[in-house]
Design a protein around this ligand. Structure first.
Ligand code: SF4
Length: 501
């Protein structure tokens, strides 16, 4: 069965020569770096749970290529049930790690590339789909951790890729060779790339004629010559280098270990190139990816919020406020917001439909609604957590103060609350809440899978406003009353064409 164990994942990373800079310094091996380790631990959980018989159904699937049981993170969605199980997998992993487990970007990129390579072939007579299937079989067989790389730096936001002063602001092909292409540029906010096996590079935007060099989709090993990761900073990240209870989420990351990934003239062999110049299909590729990924957030953030709600509920017990009706009501509000986004994610999956290639897409309107709600509900849930936990989240002393005999008695005494709980529980849970409601976590919820306006544009384009106006006209001016019913005529139909506008 092609399912890596967590240790095999770590060992396989160790064997790679990933070129990464953390804190401005070149890292010998990402596996050994304390800033990267929490993110590796998080991904390792995705491998571990696939071996747990209790979670087999959610964490694994049967490959439509090989017929073998594979990790759901390398699976092409074959049904509505697959879409629903994916959301359930994300909630489970969110509950177990309390953070971003990174593999969904690669999964959605795989699915987007699978679907679009089929559509490009049908349109252009190319052979991308078969080529991509060979790659997919390799990913499934090896159970690879795949990072998707979409977001270009974009330079001047008012200019298209071809109008930029610096042409490298969007990843592009700088050389076509008989056996492949050479790509240059960078991708930002790359989730999990620094601890992945492969990077699936996709265009980050729709393109127009004259921008063929930017229409490139390909797979690159994370340690390929010319690939460089520059690790991002996160709120409180140096806490991970400490010991004690100030760390927050002690074993796992805060978000997805995002990095800038630079492609410094990277050669990509033809068998790893899945789109090369077909500008007409870039918008669909971006749209497919974004739609799947936006639905995800109701699952992963749902699981993360379960942990945060749990930490907050426990904090109310530590403080002795848990029996207060207002406190309970605020917890209910947190639960309500969380379950609402989860329900939307399940709903978008339940209403999934088949694409031309035979794989399944979530309902786009509901998927975008999920993500739009996440940009608010994650903040609101965090706000309520702060409200219930209290101002000490921002003012508590560090854990060393509780160890220094000169002051330990004072801080223990004056931070004590319900005597059923040790004061250090209050500090530990307070740090967790502080950590997981920090700026990085919030911004990720806001901008991950596209900023809020991107969802609103999609929602408006799918809302069929003209149809809604027609519905309103029919209800208000309609004459399809059941014959014989004594309905009053409330307003005469207009004599002009207004009722059709
Ligand atoms: Fe997966 Fe959520 Fe992280 Fe995106 S933000 S990679 S959906 S866990």
């Amino acid at each position: 069965m092609p399912l890596k164990t967590p240790l095999e994942y770590v060992e396989s990373l160790k064997a790679m020569k990933i070129r990464a800079y953390v804190g401005g310094e070149l890292v010998d091996n990402v596996v050994d770096h304390p800033s990267v380790a929490p993110h590796i631990n998080t991904v390792a959980k995705t491998y571990e749970l696939a071996h747990d018989p209790r979670h087999l159904d959610v964490m694994t699937a049967v490959s439509h290529l090989s017929g073998e049981r594979i990790h759901r993170y390398t699976h092409i969605f074959q049904s509505v049930d697959d879409l629903v199980k994916k959301i359930q997998m994300l909630r489970l992993l969110g509950q177990v790690t309390g953070t971003c487990f990174q593999r969904c970007v690669g999964l959605d990129a795989l699915n987007a590339m699978y679907a679009v390579s089929f559509e490009v072939d049908a349109d252009k007579g190319t052979d991308y789909h078969a080529r991509f299937n060979d790659y997919l079989a390799y990913v499934q067989r090896e159970d690879l951790m795949l990072a998707g790389a979409m977001t270009d730096p974009k330079g001047h936001r008012a200019k298209k890729p071809s109008e930029q002063d610096d042409p490298d602001q969007f990843v592009r092909v700088v050389e076509q060779r008989p056996d492949g292409v050479v790509i240059r540029g960078a991708k930002l906010h790359n989730t999990g790339g620094i601890n992945s096996h492969e990077i699936l590079v996709l265009p980050g935007t729709g393109l127009v004629a004259g921008e063929e060099q930017y229409a490139i989709a390909c797979a690159v090993p994370a340690d390929a010559e010319g690939v460089v990761f520059i690790f991002g900073r996160q709120s409180n990240d140096t806490r991970k280098l400490e010991e004690g209870c100030d760390i927050g989420n002690t074993r796992f990351g805060v978000v997805g270990g995002e990095a800038m990934v630079v492609f410094d003239d990277v050669f990509v062999p033809t068998e790893r190139v899945f789109l090369n110049g077909e500008i007409e299909h870039c918008a669909t590729l971006v749209n497919y990816f974004a739609t799947w990924h936006r639905a995800n957030y109701g699952g992963c953030k749902g699981g993360n919020a379960d942990v945060l709600i749990g930490a907050t509920a426990k904090m109310t017990r530590i403080l002795g406020t848990d029996r207060n009706a207002i406190v309970k009501d605020k917890l209910v509000e947190m639960i309500h917001r969380n379950e609402t986004t989860y329900a939307s994610a399940i709903g978008s999956s339940a209403l999934g439909y088949e694409l031309p290639c035979g794989s399944f897409m979530v309902d786009p309107m509901l998927a975008n609604t999920v993500k739009q709600n996440i940009t608010r509900n994650v903040y609101e849930i965090g706000r309520l957590s702060h409200d219930l936990a209290g101002g000490f989240l921002a003012t508590m002393p560090d854990s060393k103060s509780f160890e220094n005999p000169d002051i330990a008695d004072w801080v223990r005494k004056y931070y004590g609350a319900n005597p059923e709980y040790d004061v250090m529980e209050r500090i530990r849970f307070g740090r967790y809440i502080e950590n997981m409601t920090s700026v990085t976590t919030m911004v990720e919820a806001m901008h991950g899978a596209g900023s809020p306006q991107a969802q609103r544009i999609s929602m408006l384009s799918q809302a069929a406003i003209e149809d809604k106006i027609r519905l309103a006209n029919e209800v208000i001016y309609g004459t399809d009353d059941v014959p014989g019913l004594p309905l009053p005529l409330t307003s005469p139909a207009p004599t002009n064409d207004d009722k059709t506008k």
